[in-house]
Design a protein around this ligand. Structure first.
Ligand SMILES: *Cc1c(COP(=O)(O)O)cnc(C)c1O
Length: 398
């Protein structure tokens, strides 16, 4: 590889581990601070009438946010990334691209907050949608005259269904639909949907990009200039930009994205195998297991399998007992941080999802989701041995 003259993040030939360390040098301050400064300012002085430093008002632009946007665009091989105050703010902004009467197709297994947004807000605004299983169903059957976009996550939350992005993109291109992929679960470290034909990539920056469960943020990444202009216009008008301090936290999180994901993925695979061998676990959903139906597609379109895994136990009581007795593992919503979290989708992330949708997707009261962290794998397995023994005793006593 010829590395002569490489001094900023515009070349895509660096490894992703290197990219995570490459700040946009054109944005560096005059002192050469390696930790990019937090520009905690609402407004910017103009050099003179009709002149601008490129920064006018922080709702529109801010150097710390810009530095973060630059690295996220670089990691996703996009032209631009826009940083929002949350993942949901990013998704809500994308919905502003559409007008009453527009139709879109969504995957039926999505982050609960996205389903709530489409159901409660987008519908009221006159948008219609059809929810289908994009990992299985033929999307062509659902495309109508007024269809404008297809929206999905892969692997899905929490069922870990895998959709072939490239195959889907060939249909959306032919039919002139926007392909929108929420890439939160794998992060740009493992998957780059724009390279596979997606038009818009979404991230909840709260998760793997931030990586420490200490801030909320979101991203929209695009490669098309026109689309970028429309989104930037909505962004500056509706005003859900990420604050300078939160931008700095996520910038810091990205520095360690690679090592965190390599290690948490390693732990996740070991835990998936451990759980598969437990007599109280009836099903393990992890796309890194060779018998997972999406395994081959994952190998083709991603560089890894991620740190998220879902499993089902043999009774509701057993599931409840696990949640009541974890100690090393936290019983909490969210994912993508350094510590392992266990979530109960049916009462937490998916509490507002209609009952029939939950049932159709297999989200039962025996289903638990893990975001695997950086702890020693022996300790995580020890924790499960301990908790399973308690649960076994408690459920036997009934
Ligand atoms: C958390 C999450 C969101 C929402 O992001 P927030 O930052 O919590 O608003 C969207 N999509 C997925 C897949 C998520 O996990």
């Amino acid at each position: 590889m010829d590395c002569s003259g490489c001094n900023k993040c515009t070349e895509v030939n660096c490894s992703i581990d290197t990219k995570c360390q490459q700040l946009d040098r054109s944005l560096m301050d005059q002192f050469g601070a390696i930790s990019f400064p937090i520009y905690q300012t609402a407004t910017f002085a103009h050099p003179g009438l009709g002149q601008s430093t490129g920064y006018d008002y922080t709702r529109m632009q801010n150097p710390t946010r810009k530095q973060l946007e630059s690295i996220v665009a670089y990691l996703e091989n996009g032209k631009d990334a826009i940083a929002f105050s949350s993942g949901m703010a990013a998704i809500a902004t994308i919905m502003e691209l559409f007008k009453p009467g527009d139709h879109f197709i969504i995957d039926e297994d999505l982050y609960g907050g996205s389903i709530r947004l489409f159901n409660e807000i987008s519908k009221k605004n006159g948008l219609e949608y059809t929810a289908v299983n994009l990992s299985r169903d033929n999307v062509r059957k659902y495309i109508k005259e007024n269809t404008k976009a297809v929206y999905l996550e892969t692997p899905t939350n929490p069922m870990m269904n895998v959709t072939d992005i490239e195959e889907l993109a060939s249909v959306t291109k032919e039919k002139n639909l926007l392909l929108i992929v929420d890439n939160t679960f794998l992060s740009p470290y493992f998957q780059n949907p724009l390279d596979l034909g997606a038009d818009i990539v979404i991230h909840s920056g709260t998760k793997f990009l931030g990586g420490h469960h200490d801030t909320i943020g979101g991203f929209v990444v695009v490669k098309d200039e026109n689309l970028d202009e429309r989104l930037r216009y909505i962004f500056k008008t509706t005003g859900a930009g990420l604050s300078p301090f939160d931008s700095w936290l996520i910038l810091r999180g990205i520095r360690t994205l690679g090592v965190r994901l390599d290690r948490t993925q390693e732990n996740a695979l070991k835990l998936a195998k451990y759980l598969s061998s437990s007599k109280h676990v009836t099903k393990v959903y992890y796309p890194g297991l060779e018998d997972h139906p999406g395994y081959e597609i994952m190998k083709k379109q991603a560089r890894g399998f991620g740190a998220m895994l879902t499993f089902e136990v043999d009774s509701v009581e057993f599931a409840h007992s696990i949640l009541n007795n974890v100690q090393l593992i936290y019983f909490a919503e969210s994912l993508g941080g350094t510590e392992t979290l266990i979530t109960y989708p049916i009462t937490q992330t998916h509490a507002d999802v209609p009952k029939d949708v939950l049932a159709k997707n297999g989200i039962t009261d025996r289903l638990l989701r893990l975001s695997v962290g950086l702890e020693g794998i022996g300790d995580l397995i020890c924790e499960f041995n301990r908790v399973f023994a308690i649960a076994e005793k408690e459920t036997a006593d009934r």
